[in-house]
Design a protein around this ligand. Sequence first.
Ligand code: ADP
Ligand code: GLC
Length: 472
Amino acid sequence: MEIIHVSAECFPVAKAGGLGDVVGALPKYQTQLGQLTKVVMPMYRTKFLLENEWDLVHEGGQYLGGNFFHYSIIKEKTNKLGFDLYLVDINGLLDREKIYGYDDDTERFVGFQIAVCDWMSSWQHKPDIIHCHDYHSGLIPFMVKNCFPFSSLADVPTVFTIHNAEYQGWIGWDKYYLIPPYDTFKWGLLDWNKTINPLASAVRCAWKVTTVSPSYMEELRYSANGLESLLSSEYGKSAGILNGIDAEVWNPATDAMLIKNYDEHTVKEGKKKNKKELCNRFNLDIDKPLIVFIGRLVGEKAADVLPDAIRSSIYQHHGVANFLILGSGEPDIQSRLEDLTQQFAGYFSVYIGYSESLSHIMYAGADFLLMPSRVEPCGLNQLYALRYGTVPMVRSTGGLKDTVKDFGDWQGYGIRFNHANVEDIAYSIGRAIDLYTNKRDLFNWMRSYMMQIDHSWDTSAAEYIKLYESLK
Ligand code: ADP
Ligand code: GLC
């Protein structure tokens, strides 16, 4: 089968979060399963672009509203990611340093989707599946089915994966002219609540809708940032398929970013060396349990609760645990965390920013990884933590619920709690401290047990292929 993944992110080309990880890994595993898998994404001005060699494979032009634009498609020469990688360049629109965050993001991503559809319609053949990820490619299921310039693609099956329904890509109807021509009586397929809603449109128009964990699929019927009734009515064509991890990139035995590599037999020694590096760098105490948080500092991740929860835990548990945070996001949360560093030097530290290499050392060197997320469609951090022998402490929601079992349950290996509030987090930190200090044998068993759980993409990549086949 020829599968085209369309996405705004793909690791290591450009990544802002888990979407990048998924689109960098799932296609590789699908290729290994014998499929012809392609990824197409915008050409941002990234290090990956500059450091690799590219072939120009197509040039074309289309309209974005009244403006005609030229685009080109380049392909990475050596197939180094394990699948065919294509980048779309639209002069002035896409070649920027950041992925998101510009005033003209609407025009950028609509232009990108038009170029992708135009390119595919120029082929002599048709792809078997167009698989779109999140709202940045959410208009494609509508466009291929309904927009006149792409009518040759109207019968190509589309699959849409919701990685996060909180972000829907709303576009005011005053920008209706950006969408290529279609029979205007079909406007309702684009609309939700008097706005063009790319995520809602994709849920309506895609042949199949998937989410990144079974529990999130269920939750969306009751909590989907306004789309609950739509997700309930389209439930019949939807499936929850749990994300996997790229077990080659995320392997503590070979990870080149670590200070010391290790496997389930050498986990104790290996983790200690990585922890030592973190403790030296951030002025923390290696003898205390190290609890870390890695991620976007936003309400969805309950990062706003962290300053109070950490302060309260340090007092309540008499400073017997250390904390380290890596992340960036809302300025208010960032500055509250920075203030905490002054107050609790030696107990708490934070790195505001994005650092792939520090994140790997933290997954390896930490004893516990905290994820109090209010919303977590799947979550990859806890899967990396498991692979690196770091006990996940998670709120029971979405994919966290599907992948972490509390150590109080039979063969459990993590800590779960119900509420994203100071009380639940501080209580869970108490349990972590007790596990680390008084239940050492269990703690060591958990570490090597969780490292052996297979969360690679093997199973889920095959599940997606089964789903595509059902559409043939
Ligand atoms: P989300 O996509 O909602 O942010 P996920 O858990 O699916 O959450 O994935 C987050 C990904 O981004 C993980 O690979 C995590 O390690 C990475 N990440 C998040 N914040 C940072 C950061 N500040 N520095 C490095 N990596 C980060
Ligand atoms: C989103 C979700 C996260 C998920 C990731 C990859 O960013 O917030 O939970 O793991 O997508 O699917």
